[in-house]
Design a protein around this ligand. Structure first.
Ligand code: GUN
Length: 285
């Protein structure tokens, strides 16, 4: 029987602490969120981000752009936000419309306002281990491990997935904290051989039912990042077959209610961190 990691409760606690910390600052932390197009999932994510800002007492700006907005127009908006002293964090909701070059847009965000930590300068800082902010999902997973007193030092950590948003930075962060990290992905020849070695298994493949009970070690910690939406029922499920895996492991995150709420909370925490840095207040890395 595993302990279920309650991301929803932990995220609420973290938001309450952020609100208290923000209220003591000389000015409100500010976040700008840009959405190009009308993708329904992205619209919901952006709406929630703005709502979280209000709950934490932050200043926020939501900028909605038509799906056919030009790259030049978006770059102009980013330049203005980079120079706006009320704004500490700038987030461009991904994916962008197809005609845009994602790399060019991400690189136009000031590295010091890059609340997602997607800018190559911050990726370099992550490789070095000293980025002030980390992408929200890996940051949220680290907060969960910390809250449940799960040590990374000396553990075998297996990361299934290698995206720039989750897998790659997650592995870097576990490595920084002295885990022994193995990356797995769709070209990995025998996934189960590696997942069975994991003391900490993080799964972000977006492949419902990928991880069965036979693929995990007794007593492992299992973190399921995926949010796979059933097109018929609209219900979300993870990559881990929860009913098979839960009886074998020591800790497991549910879907929904695990990693998702923590990702949201970390966007607020990253905004607060950048605001403190902009105000000349010290932050631990
Ligand atoms: N789309 C899906 N996840 C993310 C994220 O963490 N940041 C941004 N900017 N877009 C996303």
């Amino acid at each position: 029987m595993a302990q279920i990691i309650d991301g929803k409760a932990l995220a609420a606690e973290i938001r309450a602490n952020i609100k208290t910390e923000a209220a003591a600052l000389p000015r409100k932390p500010g976040l700008a969120v840009i959405l190009a197009g009308e993708d329904p999932a992205s619209q919901l994510y952006v709406k929630n981000k703005v709502k979280d800002c209000a709950e934490c007492g932050f200043f926020s700006r939501r900028i909605d752009l038509p799906v056919d907005v030009s790259e030049e127009e978006l770059l102009g908006i980013l330049n203005k936000l980079n120079a706006d002293s009320r704004i500490d964090g700038v987030l461009v909701q991904l994916p962008l419309p197809e005609h845009m070059e994602e790399k060019r847009i991400i690189e136009a965000i000031s590295p010091e306002k890059d609340v997602d930590a997607f800018h190559p300068l911050n990726v370099g800082r992550m490789v070095r281990g000293d980025s002030p902010v980390w992408p929200c999902t890996p940051a949220g997973i680290m907060e969960m491990l910390k809250a449940y007193r799960i040590a990374v030092d000396g553990k075998i950590c297996v990361m299934v997935g290698r995206s720039n948003i989750v897998g790659k930075p997650m592995g870097l962060r576990l490595l920084r904290d002295h885990g022994t990290v193995v990356y797995c992905h769709r070209h990995t020849p025998d996934l189960a051989v590696l997942t069975r070695q994991a003391d900490i298994l993080v799964v972000a493949a977006g492949c419902k039912g990928l991880i069965h009970g036979s693929m995990v070690k007794e007593g492992a910690v299992v973190i399921d990042v995926a949010m796979n939406r059933d097109p018929e029922t609209g219900k979300f499920s993870g990559d881990v077959v929860f009913d098979e895996v839960e009886p074998k492991v020591s800790y497991i995150t549910p879907v929904p209610g695990g990693v998702g709420p923590m990702t949201r909370a970390m966007l607020m925490k990253n905004t607060l961190t950048l605001a403190k840095l902009h105000m000349g207040l010290a932050c631990e890395h």
